[in-house]
Design a protein around this ligand. Structure first.
Ligand code: SAH
Ligand code: MG
Length: 220
């Protein structure tokens, strides 16, 4: 299915195509084709102006969001792996979107504490085992009605396996990811859809006043 879907993909700007090739050749992780397509549609629907990305790598998805977001969109992106800083900076410069992208270097757990919201969209694409720890800051930074998109949440299906079927070194990530998905689905201020796109994504909308609660109050 994925191969077929991706065969219909019409691609992006030549710059993004080249960046994707370069990243792949250097074994730098970037969002998959299906996620690229999903993000483009999502940006056109929600039209977020303030975007926060956790996990820059070499800047591919940040540049994609600058390219396909509304012209007023500003993107803040966080990366902690020093070896990627210079390439990311060069890519932002080459892309021509340097003025729309703020690149912050450091551990997202620390950097997020220094940020002020509200953000319309937060794109979570960093170390999977840490998503659950980032969540309190994510919720603080997201506006009411804002959206959290998280990538790589189903680990190609591994997340539904029994913990004993998962390699020992992956068990902690597995456990934390299940906790993360459970929390996203049960949080009183989040409405979440888990979508088996790529190796799994979630889309969550923050609702200060959840629909259910509104309905109950109206019934009284
Ligand atoms: N969004 C990028 C790909 C990100 S890959 C794209 O599609 O182009 C995930 C990145 O998150 C890696 O570069 C990794 O170094 C970074 N990362 C992992 N944990 C992090 C943390 N705690 N803080 C900041 N960055 C982190
Ligand atoms: Mg990813």
């Amino acid at each position: 299915m994925t191969a077929y879907i991706n065969s219909l993909d019409t691609g992006h700007t030549p710059f993004l195509e080249k960046l994707e090739q370069e990243a792949k050749a250097a074994h730098v992780p970037i969002i998959r084709r299906e996620m690229q397509s999903f993000l483009k549609v999502f940006l056109a629907v929600q039209k977020p102006k303030r975007i926060l990305e956790v996990g820059t790598a070499v800047g591919f998805s940040a540049i994609l969001m600058a390219e396909y977001g509304v012209p007023e969109a500003r993107i803040t992106t966080i990366e902690n792996y020093e070896k990627r800083f210079q390439v990311a900076e060069e890519n932002f410069h080459r892309s021509g979107y340097e003025d729309r992208i703020t690149f912050l270097k450091g551990d997202a757990a620390e950097v997020m504490k220094t940020l002020e919201g509200p953000y319309d969209l937060i794109f979570m694409d960093a170390a999977k085992g840490q998503y659950i720890h980032f969540l309190p800051e994510v919720l603080r930074l997201l506006r009411d009605g804002g959206v959290l998109i998280s990538d790589n949440v189903l680990q190609d299906g591994d997340v539904i396996e029994s913990r004993f079927a998962v390699e020992r070194r992956n068990r902690t990530i597995h456990k934390r990811m299940r906790e993360y998905l459970y929390t996203l689905k049960h949080h009183p201020n989040l409405l979440t859809s888990i979508i088996p796109l790529g190796d799994g994504i979630t889309v969550s909308v923050k609702q200060e006043m959840p629909q259910k609660k509104v309905r109950q109050e109206q019934e009284v």
